[in-house]
Design a protein around this ligand. Sequence first.
Ligand SMILES: Nc1ncnc2c1ncn2[C@@H]1O[C@H](COP(=O)(O)OP(=O)(O)OP(=O)(O)O)[C@@H](O)[C@H]1O
Ligand SMILES: [Mg+2]
Length: 338
Amino acid sequence: MKIKKSSLKQSFAKLSNTKVLVIGDLILDEYLIGSVERISPEAPVPVVWVRDEKQTLGGSGNVVQNLTSIGVNGIVFGRIGEDKAGENLERILLSNAVAKEDLVLLKSKTIPTILKTRIIASHQQVCRVDREEIIPLTKEEETEIIIQLKGKIKDASAVILSDYDKGYLTPSLIQAIIAVCNAEKKIVTVDPQVSHFFLYKNIHIMTPNHHEAGKALGKKLVTDAEIENACREIAKELTPDAMMITRGEKGMSIYERTTDLFYHIPTVAKEVFDVTGAGDTVITTYTAFVATGMSIKEAALVSNVSAGIVVGKLGAATVTQTEIEDALKNLGYLDEES
Ligand SMILES: Nc1ncnc2c1ncn2[C@@H]1O[C@H](COP(=O)(O)OP(=O)(O)OP(=O)(O)O)[C@@H](O)[C@H]1O
Ligand SMILES: [Mg+2]
């Protein structure tokens, strides 16, 4: 499988004019980084002397970060609390090239911003502290979000549902969002939750990993044949244009429902440091490139190459256009003739 260089260049040229709407669960990731010099006199636990701290975008925010990195503008729908973490999350989103008018945040007085704090000493996680209340949106909030979505969707080329099952994407909101997207002829791509799996009807593509797809079907998905059967079974139920199952160190498999064809793409990762967020990179790059007019097969190849790059970096990492082009070229995926 190869990508024409002209097709890649055309997509690159279109990315800066492409807007992708990301809707889902926003999370603030916090890191407190230090060293352990002694054990606490209060309890048998280490005392971490904090020397550095940082906050980054997590959950659907990591999808936004991935969009920014490839030069695509995001429109962001999500919920934060009226708290310090919420202010920080908003500020980081704005600094990630999201325009103020493209940030459609529901600010809750009662539900806190989801904050996950990792305490790290000598490159090891000592513990993680989570602050979250998983409370579904109210019907009134959903109605308001759908009104806002109808106002914003015209500016978007595609919509990503980034579902972490933290209360924002309720079953009724998922269905209402898809209905709006279908009416406006905008493609919808979904990084699904197992609990919502069979709600994502009539979308463009869903990108579960093999564990999630297996859980949803109550089967283990290991071999190519098992993956193919699973794709067909899910696609029959949900009638998407295509179905993708990511397979960790085995890469990914894509099924095109309209042609009944499968593509099994092996991973291109040479060194694996941190697989965190690889799924976010897959859905972001796939969606952005399909939105520029690239074929399903080519966009999947780009997303697999992009994932292969981010797993070689630490943390929830991102890729750039240059890294994608260099990797495609070095891997022999680029057809330079055209
Ligand atoms: N251990 C690995 N070795 C090589 N490539 C990998 C590895 N893990 C992930 N990848 C690459 O990243 C892609 C997505 O990874 P994976 O299937 O783990 O998604 P995921 O479980 O949804 O990730 P996330 O942790 O972001 O939710 C794969 O299709 C593959 O290209
Ligand atoms: Mg995932």
